[in-house]
Design a protein around this ligand. Structure first.
Ligand code: ADP
Length: 171
């Protein structure tokens, strides 16, 4: 049985991520999607628990996918879940530069091999950060994320906008 680990921030999960997970689920017996809190990416929108729930709801059609959260090194997690490989998605050249270094470092320290999957052309521009930006200003992201994610984004930012409006009104 081959297991692959797909780590990321997934704040929130979007259709580019789903494509990678669906392809991995065809190639491997067991796919472990792991949501991490990445301090380099600044303030998080959703908690790890919320992100995990959104990933679970968005991949419910894939029986060989399981979800976990982590705050340790990716290579330690790979060992813990018994992963033979790590999979990463590539959108643009800048992804490749940082991912290649990480892949080689991870291989050096643990021997675990990283595989890269090119994103479909329709997903190359998708990034959680951009999706958060659009949703923050009330834009429509329903073509970029699973329905449950679009709903929660609208709720979360609607609530934040209301709070801001109330604070403004009180000034
Ligand atoms: P983002 O960059 O959207 O915040 P993450 O940090 O959660 O995403 O990324 C987790 C993994 O998913 C990384 O390997 C990243 O390259 C990959 N990924 C992100 N967006 C896409 C996309 N649109 N298509 C394919 N892979 C992607």
């Amino acid at each position: 049985m081959t297991t692959v680990l797909y780590p990321g921030s997934f704040d929130p999960i979007h259709n580019g991520h789903i494509e990678i997970i669906e392809t991995a689920a065809r190639l491997f017996d067991d796919v472990v999607v792991a949501a991490v809190r990445n301090p380099q990416k600044g303030a998080q929108l959703f908690t790890l628990e919320q992100r995990q729930d959104l990933i679970a709801a968005s991949t419910a059609h894939l029986p060989n996918v399981r979800i976990t959260m982590f705050s340790s090194l990716v290579v330690d997690l790979a060992k813990d879940v018994g992963a033979d490989f790590i999979v990463k998605g590539l959108r643009v050249v800048t992804d490749f530069e940082s991912e290649l270094m990480m892949a080689q470092m991870n291989r050096q320290v643990s021997g675990v091999i990283t595989m890269f999957m090119a994103s479909g052309p329709q997903y190359g521009f998708l990034a959680s950060k951009l999706i958060r930006e659009i949703a923050r200003f009330g834009g429509d992201v329903s073509s970029m994320v699973p329905p449950g994610v679009a709903k929660l984004l609208a709720e979360r930012y609607g609530e934040l906008r209301r709070q801001k409006g109330e604070e403004g009104a009180g000034d």
